[in-house]
Each structure stands twice: as C-alpha cells, then as structure tokens.
Design a protein around this ligand. Structure first.
Ligand SMILES: NC(=O)c1ccc[n+]([C@@H]2O[C@H](COP(=O)([O-])OP(=O)(O)OC[C@H]3O[C@@H](n4cnc5c(N)ncnc54)[C@H](OP(=O)(O)O)[C@@H]3O)[C@@H](O)[C@H]2O)c1
Length: 264
C-alpha cells in the first residue's frame, strides 16, 4: 500500500473490459488513483460508483479529439503534483481464424487503429506535450507465437511489441513495461471467451502479478511473458530487449516463478 503522500495516478486505457475491470480493482487495492477510459460510459459510471476507479474519461482512443481529452486530464493531475503512469490495456480481437483474403478492409483497419496506431499516436502526442510517463503496454504472447486465432490480432500485437522496444530505447528515464500474456479468463464476454478451447490464466491471478510488477518487483526486466506450459502451469518469465537486435527474444527469457494453475 502507498501512503497518501506517495499516491500515484494511473490512466488505465481499456478499463471497461474483462481484464481492465480486474486491473482497476487490483490497482485501487494497492493505493493507486485510477482514471479509467473506454468508449462505454455506463460501465465507467458503474465502476466509479463501486469505487473501482476514481475518475474516468469516456473516449475512443482512435479519435484525435478523445486522445486530446485524455492528455488534458493527465496535465491536470501533473499540475497537482501527482506522478502519472499510463497503462495501454485496450485491444480488439476478431472472432475469426480464417484466411487473410477473407478479411475486409474494415476488419484490418479496426485492428491496426485500435491495437497499434492509437497507442503510437498517443505516445507521440504525450512527448509533444513533454509528458514522459512510465508506460505499461498490454501486448500478447501472440506477438511471439502463432496461435490459431485472428492473424490480424497477432500482427498488430507484434507491431505493438516493436513499438514498446523503440520506446524502451528512447525511454528518457521512464520505466517501460511490456506484458506478453497467454490467454486469460476474466469471466467476461471479451477476448478470453473468444478463445474457447485454450487453457487460460485466472484473471485475478494475472492482475495481481501485473500490479506487483508495476510496483517494482523484478524491476531489472522490461518484458514479462505469462506462459501456460504443457502441464497447465502458469509460468512468469522476465525478458529484456537484446542489445544487438533491440528486440525481445523469447528464447532469451528467464523463468521467474510458477504463479499458479491454468483453468478452462
Ligand atoms: N483476454 C486474453 O486472453 C488476452 C491475452 C493476451 C492479451 N490480452 C490483451 O489484454 C487487453 C484487454 O483484453 P480483454 O480480454 O480484457 O478484452 P475486452 O474485454 O474485449 O476489453 C477490451 C478493452 O479495450 C477497450 N477498447 C477497445 N477499443 C477501444 C477504443 N477504440 N478506444 C478506447 N478503448 C477501446 C474496450 O473498451 P470500450 O469497449 O468501452 O471502448 C475494453 O475496455 C487487450 O489489449 C488484449 O489484447 C488479452
């Protein structure tokens, strides 16, 4: 728990989905001031009423004007003297594992705009405003492996991984964290539920570990892979970008701990 003087603000973008809700609760439990974002106002209001977030901004991160609203809110908190972190948790996965030729332009555009471009644009706009924030990127293990689901999702997450790597090398002293989880069960109609046949990491367990990482456990690593192995155990790995290629290599990952059992 942080004492009041050390309270930090975390902007959780993509707060309204399965993982977002669990992360918000866990961050609050750990003393963070949580500002939620998503397009669904009703969910943000109900989260605020339940005390799972302190504040919110309704907005679509793919829209210039909505990103601007978030930046203005970040400035407000900075002017009040708070340390601010940003957590990009938003994402979209199509319930589709077909051939590339069958994708529509809209599907492709939506994937890229949501999963990569909105985040790159936000980062650039933050820098334009001299806002260099500690940043957490929710990538996916699919940035490394091919699964049997939405190939566009996997390509966008690989692009987000590359963006996180670039940010780490231009960090200006910020802490940058990239998360690479296997499938997660959140109890919501979200991504996890589209991946029916895969074993899953229990959502609460995942949220707990992520907040421990944000709190500085394993601070010698920038990347964290949560992998379900063949025995259905969830293993946490630490990884750093290679000094030669600048890329996260999963072959160079280091096992940190077994964090629990996967479920279906
Ligand atoms: N679940 C898994 O198995 C799994 C595994 C690895 C990584 N991940 C990653 O974890 C993150 C959360 O996944 P989830 O399972 O919680 O999915 P989810 O339930 O579908 O939640 C997606 C979140 O993204 C937000 N979002 C989507 N488009 C947006 C936009 N244009 N502007 C602002 N917010 C937007 C949604 O908010 P609104 O609808 O309110 O806009 C929602 O809060 C994603 O980045 C996903 O790729 C998930």
């Amino acid at each position: 728990m942080m004492d009041n003087e050390k309270k930090e603000v975390i902007f959780l973008l993509g707060a309204t989905g399965g993982i977002g809700k669990l992360l918000a609760k866990e961050l609050k439990k750990n003393g963070y001031i949580v500002v939620g974002n998503g397009r669904k106002e009703d969910i943000l209001i109900s989260m605020k009423n339940k005390g799972d977030i302190d504040d919110y901004i309704v907005g679509d991160l793919t829209k210039d004007s909505d990103r601007k609203k978030i930046i203005e809110k970040i400035k407000e908190y900075k002017y009040k003297g708070y340390k601010v972190k940003i957590f990009y948790n938003l994402g979209i996965l199509h319930a589709y594992s077909g051939e590339f030729k069958n994708y529509t332009n809209d599907m492709i555009e939506n994937s890229y705009k949501t999963n990569v471009i909105s985040i790159e644009e936000m980062d650039r706009e933050l820098e334009e405003n001299d806002l260099y924030l500690d940043t957490i990127y929710m990538v996916s293990i699919s940035a490394f492996y091919r699964g049997n689901w939405d190939p566009e999702y996997q390509k966008t997450k690989a692009a987000l991984k590359a963006h996180a790597e670039l940010q780490i090398f231009n960090s200006h002293g910020r802490r940058i964290i990239a998360l690479f989880p296997d499938t997660i069960k959140t109890g919501e109609e979200g991504m996890g539920s589209k991946l029916k046949d895969y074993p899953k990491i229990p959502g609460e367990l995942f949220a707990r570990k992520v907040v421990e990482i944000i709190n500085g456990k394993y601070k010698e690593y920038s990347g964290f892979m949560f992998e379900i192995n063949n025995n259905n155990k969830v293993i946490l790995y630490g990884l750093n970008p290679s000094k030669i290629t600048g890329a996260f290599e999963y072959h160079e990952r280091k096992s940190l701990e077994e964090i629990g059992e996967a479920i279906y």
